[in-house]
Design a protein around this ligand. Structure first.
Ligand code: ADP
Ligand code: MG
Length: 248
């Protein structure tokens, strides 16, 4: 049995006590490379927020077997950020601030690390470019470089290849494989099942409840995918909260 990095024990996550993800149990093994898949509204982003502790479990327990500061997170849709009038290098250096805290300042070596990270994502020579001048794919490369500045043990990616061109996707997938080979643990929300089968050994299939979690080829069976679809279609978003509303 491989060592658990994150364990979920009957986890229910809710917004204003309306459950979005129900009774999920399972283990994310240290060093694993896992895709999170499921229909729209399945609770995939919510699950990531639960692991990050951004959303406390309403029921059950999320157990982290690593410090929360060792988790890096790329949220879904960061396009807005591209409007900020900062350079590519400064955007990457923001990752170092996340790691050290703003008051820690940028240490001497961080600039070098940021430039190295830019090289790894294929953006050598882009350091001085304003981020507003980048294509969507190039900006996604910047966000991956920033993520690398955190030197995180666990990396959570929420739809990292959504609306990203094929070339960029291939390059960033290769980067994910290098992280995996270096022993990091990666959990990524993805939609392309073919891509998942080709690149992600493990899959967590979510449809508000856990449908299956394990070997990708087994999890992505026609029967499981149909079960996920049925579950989402049957879900009543206006169901009463789990606990009665407190009197105002
Ligand atoms: P996915 O990422 O799989 O598309 P989400 O985790 O974003 O699904 O959403 C799961 C459910 O939780 C949806 O019904 C969504 O409307 C609801 N939800 C997501 N974020 C919030 C929020 N901030 N407040 C209230 N409900 C939310
Ligand atoms: Mg989402």
């Amino acid at each position: 049995m491989s060592e658990a990095l994150v364990s979920l024990h009957n986890v229910t996550l809710a917004y204003r006590r309306h459950p979005a993800v129900h009774h999920v149990s399972g283990t994310l093994a240290r060093g694993s490379l896992t895709a999170v898949v499921g229909p729209n509204g399945a609770g995939k982003s919510t699950l990531l927020k639960g692991i990050l502790g951004q959303l406390p479990a309403q029921e059950g327990k999320v157990m982290l077997h690593l410090p929360a500061s060792c988790i890096a997170y790329l949220p879904q849709q960061s396009a807005l950020e591209r409007q900020f009038p900062i350079t590519v290098l400064d955007a990457v250096l923001l990752g170092a601030w996340t790691r050290r805290g703003l008051l820690g300042g940028i240490a001497h070596g961080e600039r070098e690390r940021a430039l190295t990270a830019l090289g790894e994502v294929g953006l050598s020579g882009f350091a001085a470019r304003p981020v507003g001048t980048l294509s969507v794919g190039q900006f996604q490369r910047v966000l991956f470089a920033r993520l690398m500045m955190q030197d995180a043990e666990l990396i959570l990616l929420d739809e990292p290849f959504n609306a990203i061109d094929a070339r960029t996707t291939a390059d960033l997938l290769a980067l994910v494989h290098r992280w995996h080979a270096a022993g990091r643990t990666v959990l990524a929300v993805l939609h392309d099942h073919q891509q998942v089968r080709a690149h992600f050994p493990s899959t967590l299939l979510l449809a508000r409840r856990l449908i299956a979690w394990g070997d990708s080829a087994e999890v992505l069976s026609a029967a499981h995918l149909q079960a996920a679809q049925d579950m989402i279609e049957a879900w009543d978003d206006h169901a009463r909260p789990c606990a009665p509303e407190l009197a105002a």
